[in-house]
Structures are given as C-alpha cells and as structure tokens.
Write a protein that binds this ligand. Structure first.
Ligand code: SAH
Ligand code: MG
Length: 198
C-alpha cells in the first residue's frame, strides 16, 4: 500500500525542519489545477529539491509525466527515496545535474522554473526550445517573500539586494519578451505564467 498522505506530510515536515524551500500550498494547488485544466501531460521542472512539487504534479492525474533536475546530491537522493515510496518511478524522471549542463531534446507542455533565482533568464533561454508551441513556462518566487516590492534600502543584506535585483531583471525580461506574454500572479510566493504570443 502506498500511503501518499503520510509521505507528503513527512516531506512537508522535513522541508520545514531542514529549510528546504518547497512550494507554498497556494502555489502548488494552482499548478495542479493548471495541469488538469490545460491537459498538461509532460512537465519539465528545474529544481526538484526533495521531489515535493514533482510528486504533487504527478499526482494531479495518471497521465502526467515529470522530468525534474536537481544539482544538490543530498536533496536529489531524498527525491529518489520519496518518488520510490510513492511508486512513481515510471512517471517521475529525476536528473542529478546542474540544469545548465542538461541538454534535452524532448518537448514539454509545461516548464516549471524553481531553482537558483538569479539564473532565471538563463534557464528560460536555455529551455524555451523544449516547450511545445502551446506550452507554458511557469516561474516561482517572483515576489521573493515580499522583498521584490520593497525599497532597496529596506532589504537587509547586500547579497539579498543583489538577488532581488536579478529577480527584477527577470520580471523586465518577461515584460519585454518579444515571443512570450506573461501573467504575473499574486499566488504563493508570486508566479509568472508565460505563453508564446500568437
Ligand atoms: N520545486 C521544489 C523546490 C525547489 S527549491 C518544490 O517546490 O518542492 C530549489 C532547488 O533548486 C534547490 O534544491 C537547489 O539545489 C536547486 N537548484 C538551484 N540551482 C540549480 C541548478 N542550476 N540546477 C539544478 N538544480 C538547481
Ligand atoms: Mg519556489
């Protein structure tokens, strides 16, 4: 018997305890609904962490297949364990590598970017060729705990200021993108939903 409820609860507890930044409830619920409503079958995720969002996306319905990339060994191994516990090995493909070094030829209906926030533009530009014509790229953490909306002097550290600047650059990149149209949603920690212009 697969105890999905118990395993998912255990993943949330682990993430909480070990400070693994998994998706917030509102954000993941939006993704699950998006998958079901838009008939998404193939998902590519950048940033698996311990497999939480990949697992919940795969559980949206039986036809979903997720490929997900993680560069941190410990988290990757946790993800492998969690996917096994839920018997989802056939539908979740875990890749242990830096996403910038992963070259895929397949096309996906949904690409979910949730990795190093300073690299969003690079991820977007690298993987947009793997997106189906009608596909969507969703990016997480565009509000970064509310800090993106703050004034620069209100951001406590230099590193954080640099990171917020990168997220703002990414927002401008999306707003001025010639090929994609983006909706910015105040859901979870801020989601960007980008689709090809017609
Ligand atoms: N999507 C997950 C959370 C991901 S947290 C969930 O909601 O359950 C972000 C993860 O991205 C971290 O585990 C980090 O190690 C990974 N990451 C950051 N930059 C990466 C890169 N360049 N390639 C692969 N993984 C990366
Ligand atoms: Mg996130």
């Amino acid at each position: 018997m697969v105890d999905s409820f118990g395993t998912i609860k255990a993943m949330k507890d682990y993430a909480d305890k070990e400070n693994v930044p998994i998706m917030q409830d509102d954000g993941i619920n939006y993704l699950i609904k998006y998958i079901n409503k838009n008939n998404v079958k193939k998902v590519l995720e950048i940033g698996s962490a311990i497999g939480y969002s990949a697992i919940l996306m795969a559980l949206a319905n039986d036809e979903v297949e997720v490929t997900t990339i993680e560069r941190d060994e410990k988290r990757y191994l946790m993800a492998v364990k969690n996917v096994k516990k839920l018997a989802l090995e056939k539908r979740i493909h875990l890749i242990y590598n830096d996403a910038m070094d992963v070259n895929l030829s397949e096309k996906y209906d949904l690409i979910f970017i949730d990795a190093a926030k300073a690299q969003n533009i690079r991820f977007f530009e690298k993987f947009e060729k793997n997106l189906n014509n009608e596909g969507t790229i969703i990016t997480d953490n565009l509000s970064f705990h509310g800090l993106v909306a703050k004034k620069e002097e209100e951001i406590p550290s230099r590193n954080l200021r640099a990171l917020i600047k990168k997220i703002k650059n990414y927002i401008s990149f999306l707003k001025t993108n010639k090929n994609f149209e983006t909706d910015f949603l105040d859901i979870g920690d801020g989601l960007a939903v980008s689709r090809r212009k017609k």
